[in-house]
Design a protein around this ligand. Sequence first.
Ligand code: MN
Length: 130
Amino acid sequence: MERTRKILIVEDNPSNVVLFKDLLEARGYQVVIANSGFEAFDILESMIPNLILMDIQLPGMDGFSAIKAIRSTPTFAQIKIIGISAFAMESDVVAAMEAGCNGYITKPISIRTFIEEVERHLVDTERSIS
Ligand code: MN
């Protein structure tokens, strides 16, 4: 039986949290929610997810700072991260990749693109583990 994949959603907008959580849980993923970068680090102390969905516009520590901090922590450095942002210019995507994102999704999300992007990165995870 396939093991359950864990996804950490870091998002401060309540309706996005509900949308992302529902979409992922409906596909059998185990979802954990953080409403800020600081909360994400608290969660990472006790759980290493297969994937992190990181909102870029967050109060306090923004998504880029959180991603850079994750990438500079050896225990977390290999976790797949997809950035999510309303910023949709090419330069925004480049900045996200340079900060350490593996992928990037723009808001408002297309449900199909969202799921495809999540699944694509989880497949990569499977390959790198086995
Ligand atoms: Mn936000």
